[in-house]
Ligand binder design. Structure first.
Ligand code: CMC
Length: 426
């Protein structure tokens, strides 16, 4: 199958790649050399496939999301986060034996060098935890220099296990610093998710009891966030990693990309928006009006998605989960009612219907995080904890496929050549 491009009286025939779900992509890799300079232009990469990937399939029109072929609904209902991490990174669901070994390898690497605490000390207590976590993730390289040069799958495995082990410790430290708690290490007798909770919330002078409702809700949220193919942060991880900069710094770059309010930072922005609406008397209509007003920069946070133009399957699961978790924990959150009211109005509003804007994964997730006792500034860090296996899987796939360094082209629209002007003549 081929596609033809005609330009300036000449035709160029280009191969078409077909994916396993019958997606078609025109392969333009020879276009520039064949045509003597012609490139494609696609702001925001809305129509550009940057790679072939076997990790995650999503169909935005039908609201389908699958990791390695398994539906997100089935995984969220049945799997553990660590199983899903293994699936995403290595391609298959692990046997019990493989899962146990994977978990043991992670536990064996879960110490973070004590010197790292000095770096953490340097941050003000008010520092946003996303900045702290991304800096500490980069700093891990200094203490694990061999993790950069990954010339074999075994080297990669070692780096991957180290990161899965140490990253939750860094996230917990970022929270503990903020809340003035002594830094803590994990408890190897616990599951991966339970251990995250204990590291975050254990008080110095009390035992920490795992609440199974909280652990199961967090397990589900982490699975729902675990990968989402070539989104902004995953693409960042791939492009940084394509220079062979190493896993830890590639992930650190991904964390920074996730931080923005148009991406993972939306979960914090949603709660702040809902709180703002509540404080302003709960007038959702006023905020709907603001969201539609092109002169007003306000956007309905947690609404809209680059790819989902029908519904976000993760949002459906999370909305139900929010009801269940708040019910199980006996929490009443007025902000949940505001969120439901806004959703109902938006789904019936012409502006949102025409533009196919639906609630996304971040619309209800903050309400659950809050019910689990997680402070608002930590919401995006929780997203990062969930997304870590996806980033790792994307990075590993890119390295194993020996992808070339990522380097987009541009169309230059600046000044033509002009002579240098002496400062006295400007
Ligand atoms: N509120 C009001 N209008 C919106 C919204 C919104 N949340 N989202 C999109 N629109 C409008 C936008 O103004 C544009 O209108 P028009 O065609 O009249 O110019 C149209 O819908 C298309 O929007 P776009 O910005 O061109 O779409 P995009 O694919 O570039 O952006 C998005 C996608 C997610 C960045 C955007 O929908 C948004 O800013 N949403 C709010 C932030 C948010 O919830 N982000 C989390 C995304 S899901 C999790 C993740 O990725 O991490």
């Amino acid at each position: 199958m081929t596609a033809k491009i005609e330009f300036d009286g000449k035709q160029y025939e280009l191969p078409v790649t077909v994916g396993t779900e019958n997606e078609h992509g025109i392969d333009i890799s020879t276009l520039r050399s064949a045509s003597g300079g012609l490139i494609t232009l696609d702001r925001g990469y809305k129509n550009t496939g940057s790679c072939e990937s076997a990790i995650t399939f999503l169909d935005g029109e039908q609201g389908i999301l699958r990791y390695r072929g398994y539906s997100i609904e089935e995984l969220a209902e049945n799997a553990s986060f660590l199983e899903v991490a293994y699936l995403l990174i290595f391609g298959e669901l692990p046997s019990q034996e493989k899962l146990d070994k994977f978990h043991q390898d992670i536990k064996d690497e879960s110490n973070v060098d004590e010197e790292m605490k000095k770096i953490l000390d340097g941050f003000p207590r008010s520092a946003h935890p996303m900045g702290v976590v991304s800096s500490l993730t980069s700093a891990l390289v200094a203490f694990n220099p061999s993790s950069v040069d990954v010339s074999s799958e075994e080297d990669m495995y070692k780096s991957i296990v180290k990161l899965l082990a140490k990253f939750p410790v860094l996230c917990a430290w970022a929270l503990r610093k903020r809340t003035g708690q002594p830094l803590d290490y994990g408890d190897s007798s616990l599951g991966y998710v339970e251990n995250i909770l204990k590291m975050m919330f254990k008080k110095a002078n009390e035992d920490y009891k795992i609440n199974p409702v909280v652990a199961s809700a967090l397990n589900k949220l982490l699975i729902l966030h675990a990968d989402h193919e070539q989104n902004c942060s995953a693409s960042t991880v791939r492009i940084v990693g394509s220079s062979h900069a190493g896993l830890f710094v590639s992930i650190s770059a991904g964390i920074n990309a996730l931080w923005g309010p148009l991406h993972g930072g939306a979960n914090q922005a949603v709660i702040e928006m809902l709180e703002g609406i509540k404080a302003d008397g709960g007038d959702t209509k006023k905020y709907m009006g603001k969201a539609k007003d092109k002169e007003d920069p306000f956007r309905l946070m947690g609404f809209g998605h680059r790819v989902y133009k029908n519904f976000d399957p993760r949002a459906k699961i999370i909305k139900k989960s929010a009801d269940d978790v708040l019910g199980d924990l006996g929490i009443e959150d007025p902000v949940l009612d505001i969120a439901k009211g806004l959703e109902k109005e938006a789904l019936e509003d012409d502006y949102f219907v025409k533009r196919k804007l639906y609630p996304n994964v971040d619309f209800y997730s903050g309400i659950i995080y809050r019910a689990l006792g997680i402070p608002t500034e930590m919401f995006t860090v929780m997203f990062a904890l969930g997304r870590l296996p996806g980033w790792i899987a994307q990075w590993r796939e890119m390295r194993l496929k020996k992808e070339p360094i990522g380097r987009p082209r541009q169309i230059y629209v600046g000044e033509n050549h002009r002579p240098y002007a002496e400062i006295s003549n400007r």
